[in-house]
Design a protein around this ligand. Structure first.
Ligand code: CA
Length: 231
């Protein structure tokens, strides 16, 4: 598994959309660079050799298709193109000049993230978020089957406990801030008591820790959040 975060080049001239994409990718552990036009995109790519390129086809100046063609001539980097609504022809043209995949505007961030993961997986550069099974030394969380095994034994989790463990496992070894965990598990509009999070952490510790009173899997990062350590 990669420890460093994959570097994604986002080529997008709509600032608000670029910012939103950056925010969502960074939350998932990617490092993001943005280029607002094609020429800059090609320069940045030559300088940094990103792990994946997300490329809007409708750009000022050098067209997205030309960017795609240029990058493809130099690299096998996964390229996902972003096409305008109802432009199947653009998507086809993009695939023909070497793009790996496409998303149509408007897309949900969830959809985008799943495409990014799938395309990175293809080049085995995915982050932990890749997989439908999240594993660490003592934990195995099967997302599709909604099943947790702790040191080989199946352990029952309530739905929010499951979501919380998933959120921690996806950031294994990294800080998961209280805010990120609350947003992931209870949604961005959650304004309830943040003690709810601590209660769920406590329950989870009772189910997965060898000694829940001296946790060594879900550790507290004082004042900030939690971190799953399990290598
Ligand atoms: Ca555009």
């Amino acid at each position: 598994m990669l420890t460093e975060s994959p570097l994604v080049l986002v080529v997008e001239d709509e600032e608000a959309l670029a910012d939103s994409i950056r925010y969502n990718l960074e939350r998932e552990g990617y490092t993001v660079e943005i280029a607002a036009d094609g020429r800059t995109a090609v320069q940045r790519f030559r300088a940094a050799h990103h792990d994946l390129v997300l490329l809007d086809l409708m750009l000022p100046g050098m067209s997205g298709l030309d960017v795609c063609r240029t990058l493809r001539a130099e690299s096998i980097v996964p390229i996902i193109i972003v096409t305008a609504k109802d432009s199947e022809a653009d998507a086809v043209a993009g695939l023909e000049v070497g793009a790996d995949d496409y998303v149509k505007k408007p897309f949900s961030m969830r959809e985008l993230l799943s495409r990014v993961r799938a395309n990175l997986r293809r080049t085995s550069l995915g982050v932990a978020a890749d997989s439908d099974v999240l594993e660490s030394a003592s934990l195995r969380l099967d997302i599709d089957r909604h099943e947790l095994q702790v040191r080989g034994l199946v352990v029952e989790l309530r739905p929010k406990e499951f979501d919380l463990l998933e959120a921690l496992l996806r950031r294994r070894g990294r800080l998961a801030t209280r805010q990120i965990l609350i947003e992931d598990v209870w949604g961005p509009g959650y304004f309830g008591d943040t003690k709810t999070l601590d209660v769920h952490i406590k329950r989870l510790r009772h189910k997965i820790e060898a000694d829940p009173n001296a946790p060594d899997l879900i550790v507290t990062v004082r004042g900030l959040g939690y971190k799953l350590l399990d290598d």
